[in-house]
Design a protein. Structure first.
Length: 285
C-alpha cells in the first residue's frame, strides 16, 4: 500500500484501460495506489467528496452563464459490482439540483424500435449538468452479445458507432468518465449470500443474477473487447478494483475530481453592476 496520497491524475493513469490492456490482468482486490488502510482511505475519500461538491457547483454555475461543459460518469459492471452503491456514496455528496441519474434497463418496445443510441442520446447531459449512467450504451455490446440478441454483424458495428457518438459528445463539451467496476466471482458470491441473510436486502436480490453469473467468461470476453475498442482519448475507460467498496469509492472520487479539474469550471462574473446593487440593497426598508 502506498504511504502517501497520490494525485488524482496518477490514480486515473493507474486504472486507465488502453487498447492493448488485458482485463484478466486487472486485480479486483488491487489496493496498490491507495493512501493506506480502510480508515485512511475513507478519510481521503471524505476530503475528495468535499472537493467534488464544490467543483460540481462551479460546473452548474458556469452552465447557467452559457458554458457548454458537462460531466458524464458512466458505470458498468457485473451484477452486485456496486453501481448503485457508487451512486449513493460518491454522487450522493453532490447537490442533487445539478445532478441526474439515468438507469438503463432491458429496452422497451419503443426503444427497440429505434437505433440503440436513441435512448442514450435523449438523456445526455446538457450544459452544466453532471449525469450518471447506471448501465449504458455498452449493454448493447455486452448482454446483447452474450445472449445473441442481435446479429453478430450488428453488435460488431456498434463499437465504432459508440466511438463516433462519444467523440461528438466530447467535442461539444462533455467530459466522459467511463468506469468498469471490476469485481471477482468470489466477491459476487459473498454479496449475493449477504443479500439472502438480511431481509432488508431481499429487494436487491434477483434470482436471474445466478443465471447471468453462469455466463461470467462470456461477459469478460465481451468486456475485454468493449473496453479495448472503445477506450479513446476523447472517452477513456477506467477499470476500478471493486472488491472493496471503500477503495472503489476512493478511486471513483479521484476520477471525478480529475474530470472536473480538466473542465476547470469558473463561477461566472456578475452580469450587473455589483456596487450599484449593493447600494440599492443597503437602501431597502
Ligand atoms: P439492473 O441494472 O440490475 O436493475 O438490471 C437491468 C437489466 O437490464 C440487466 O440485466 C441488464 O443486462 C439489462 N439491460 C440493460 N440494457 C439492456 C439492453 N440494451 N439489452 C438487453 N438488456 C439490457
Ligand atoms: Mg441486477
Amino acid at each position: 500500500m502506498g504511504s502517501r496520497t497520490p494525485h488524482p491524475s496518477e490514480v486515473a493513469a493507474h486504472v486507465r484501460f488502453g487498447p492493448d490492456d488485458q482485463l484478466a490482468a486487472r486485480d479486483p482486490r488491487d489496493l496498490s495506489i491507495g493512501p493506506g488502510d480502510r480508515s485512511r482511505t475513507e478519510e481521503a475519500t471524505a476530503r475528495l467528496l468535499g472537493t467534488l461538491e464544490e467543483w460540481q457547483e462551479r460546473l452548474y454555475a458556469a452552465g447557467t452563464a452559457g458554458s457548454a461543459r458537462s460531466v458524464l460518469l458512466l458505470l458498468q459492471g457485473m451484477d452486485t459490482s456496486g453501481k448503485d452503491g457508487t451512486v449513493r456514496r460518491v454522487i450522493g455528496a453532490m447537490n442533487p439540483a445539478g445532478v441526474r441519474i439515468e438507469s438503463f434497463k432491458k429496452p422497451t418496445a419503443e426503444e427497440l424500435a429505434h437505433d440503440f443510441l436513441w435512448r442514450i442520446d435523449r438523456v445526455m447531459p446538457s450544459a452544466g449538468e453532471t449525469v450518471v449512467f447506471n448501465r449504458s450504451q455498452y449493454e448493447d455490446v455486452l448482454v446483447v452479445r452474450v445472449h445473441s440478441l442481435v446479429e453478430e454483424s450488428e453488435w460488431r458495428s456498434r463499437y465504432e458507432r459508440i466511438n463516433a457518438f462519444e467523440a461528438a459528445a466530447a467535442e461539444s463539451g462533455c467530459v466522459l468518465v467511463k468506469v468498469m467496476l471490476n469485481i471477482s466471482p468470489a466477491e459476487q458470491k459473498e454479496r449475493l449470500a449477504a443479500r439472502l441473510e438480511d431481509p432488508t436486502k431481499y429487494w436487491k436480490y434477483n434470482p436471474d443474477d445466478l443465471r447471468e453469473r453462469g455466463f461470467w467468461a462470456d461477459y469478460m470476453a465481451a468486456y475485454q473487447d468493449a473496453l479495448a475498442r472503445c477506450s479513446t482519448d476523447a472517452a477513456p475507460w477506467y477499470v476500478v478494483p471493486a472488491d472493496r467498496k471503500w477503495y472503489r469509492d476512493w478511486v471513483v472520487a479521484n476520477l471525478l475530481v480529475e474530470a472536473f479539474r480538466r473542465v476547470d469550471p469558473q463561477y461566472p462574473p456578475a452580469d450587473f453592476d455589483v456596487d450599484e446593487q449593493r447600494r440599492l440593497v443597503a437602501a431597502l426598508d
